[in-house]
Unconditional design. Sequence first.
Length: 427
Amino acid sequence: MRYTVGLCMFVLLCFGVDAYAATYYVAKTGSSDTNPCTAEAPCLTIKRGLSRLKAGDVLEVEEGTYDETSNRPNTSVWLNVPSGFPNRYTTLRAAEGAEVWVQPTEFNSSSGIHSIMSMGFGGQHHVKVENINLDASELPQEDMRIVYGFDGLGLRTSDGNPSHHLIFEGMEIRGTTGHGFVLRHNYAAVIREMHIHDGHSAEGVSAAAACLYLHPNPRNRNGGVLENSLFENCDLGIKLEGWSNYIIRNNVVTGMGSLTDAAHGDGIMHQVQPSSGWRPTNGLLYNNVIHGVAKSGITFAGDGSDYTNVKVYNNTIYDAGLTCISDCSGQAARCPFNASDASLIKNNICHDVQVLTNLPAGNFDEDPLFMDAASGDFRLQEASGAIDAGVSLPQVSTDMLGVKRPQPSGGKWDMGAFEFEGVIESR
């Protein structure tokens, strides 16, 4: 008996408490939700599969469109799953190579905020969702217009018990009348390689619907918004309030707002709530491409005292209906720095914007000679004046495509999100 106990202790110590994590399966071919969710007898719905998960388990979903009309108010897929471990996240994912859509056709309406996928109550950690797509476009209009509209993915956990170490990647979200993705009361969250598009505010709702909304809370920290594509008809691209120690990099934001309505349409908007202590701190925004927006490329509300060490480096902003980098009063590039701290905005390209005033030194506002801006190719031609025109920024060691900066090694940084790789024979 003592040998058995000793062996069990060895397994737990050497392999961790998640050594026995299992993988469960969902498929449209599942004959019943009474199935055990094995590869041979998969469950029929994602809801049933999630109910089987224990800490560190994986739920794998096969190809298909899942209605997931739920009896639970306010959501179709509720991520009420056990927390995982640092070395093994509790995971909901599409099977390799499978295209999976959650597309509800009706909804159990009640008062409150509505999302196709949500996480509530707080405290969950080390949870990952990969390549599960969300589509609200098939919902009846009476469902689409309730309260604040209909979010795609809403994580609204408890302030006193925030979730943390969450990863969402490779998802497509479309057709929402609220925010595409809203994150609240979380920290150490990573949002990566998402495609969020064709969302807008619900009829009769004045609040702007963002493709990606990082909600205010002092606990929101240590997050990353990386390599996402946000496009077409959201009121805002990325709306961020009061985060600290965050990175927003390598995102493409295009087609925000209506070109005839400058009330909405910023590419990236920072807001502050000083009375609540929600001030952006230690932020780094770099290698983002923002174009075709109705208002400003990057907007900062408030004044320089509301921000601490927020850096804006090597972004490309093109075709903005208002300003390039501005505060909410429309004065270009006044925030997030004071006159003595203009080093926080460097190496950005601002071209073809409606208003361009007071852009600080160290940025580029001439024609940068893009390869093909009309087709969304913002790499630099050989004759571009933005090549070798930047200052050295060790924090930005690669460009949007992963090209090492600077080129050639030992040279100068280029302006904008792309580093020129070719050899320049002469100037």
